[in-house]
Design a protein. Structure first.
Length: 320
């Protein structure tokens, strides 16, 4: 299962790193590996690239990493090029609560059989393709310190149904969640300054416009940063309800979609009340946070062609 290194870059030795019924070439019946925090009195701070290539077993395995871990290697480049099969025997991984790891490198868990994962609290960065093609992955718990989600980081995680992005997240890369067909809604925190191209598209890396049509794609996206930059092209976030603030980039994003291509897009803007960060109540046509005579007056002026209203204000009219 690769080699393990101390903080000075010295190899610790494979057999010493495993606390289980394990020989040099075979995993025990429990199919699990626990990597020790210390080997020969030296902390294990790194696991090299290709760690999941294991030694001589096709069995599904579970791995527990040490709390001292600072550097976790990716799959070997040859493995990632062979249809990303480098991790297809990894069914479970665990990190101690106090694990020192701060970065999930590119391709680290690509195409694994993980169904759930909780990342260490110190992780600030998830690189490109880190969890790509993990088609069984249903639950991901992201740490509060997370800042960056790289390109295609969770692309084609078809079973992922719910995801809570921590408030500290600042950027979401191109195609980051493309192909996450079970993910129906998501809230983009206030600190996110940019959402990459095709970040929530139905299909990752598609080459034809038809591959971006709604199908089973995400239905609701709430964008809490009024200045968040959203990559603009006809493929991104089509046929979706966009919740955001009046005058925000989220509203402009919906407008630009109508101008670019009407037949392939249906982005509906739903305004949020800045005071509550929730949609305005039905009947609050004036959008002042209250249902009062001001709403009646606004509606009467509209009906008598004395005042125009936005489409989203019209949607707030209570016809009952």
């Amino acid at each position: 299962m690769g080699s393990y290194y101390d903080e000075e870059g010295n190899p610790c030795g494979l057999n010493w790193a495993v606390q289980m019924n394990y020989s040099s070439n075979e995993f025990g019946e429990d199919k699990s590996v626990v990597i020790a925090d210390y080997i020969h009195d030296r902390p294990v701070v790194g696991v090299q690239d290709g760690w999941s290539s294991k030694v001589g077993t096709p069995n599904d395995i579970s791995v527990t990493f040490p709390s001292t871990l600072r550097h976790l290697g990716t799959v070997t480049r040859s493995s990632s090029q062979e249809k990303n099969t480098g991790n297809n025997h990894v069914i479970s991984v665990a990190f101690p609560e106090d694990c020192e790891l701060t970065r999930i490198k590119d391709y680290t868990f690509v195409n694994s059989k993980l169904t759930e994962i909780q990342l260490p609290k110190n992780v600030t960065q998830i690189d490109e393709f880190a969890f790509s093609d993990c088609t069984d992955l249903k639950t991901v718990i992201l740490p509060e310190k997370l800042q960056t989600i790289g390109d295609s980081a969770f692309a084609n995680c078809e079973a992922l149904k719910e995801l809570q992005l921590p408030d500290g997240v600042q950027s979401i890369g191109d195609w980051a969640f493309a192909g996450c067909k079970a993910l129906k809604e998501i809230t983009i925190p206030e600190n996110v300054t940019g959402i990459g191209e095709g970040a929530f598209s139905y299909k990752a890396n598609a080459t034809d416009n038809k591959d971006y049509l709604p199908k089973e794609s995400i239905q609701k996206i709430t964008i809490l940063n009024p200045d968040c930059q959203i990559a603009e092209n006809i493929h991104t976030l089509d046929s979706v309800f966009i919740y955001g603030y009046v005058g925000s980039t989220a509203e402009n994003f919906c407008k630009s979609a109508e101008e670019i291509i009407e037949k392939l897009t249906n982005r509906v803007f739903i305004p949020l009340n800045p005071a509550t960060k929730e949609p305005y109540a039905l009947g609050d046509v004036s959008m002042d946070g209250e249902i009062s005579v001001a709403d009646v007056i606004a509606l009467q002026k509209y009906l008598h062609n004395q005042q125009s209203i936005k489409q989203y204000q019209f949607n707030l009219i209570d016809f009952n």
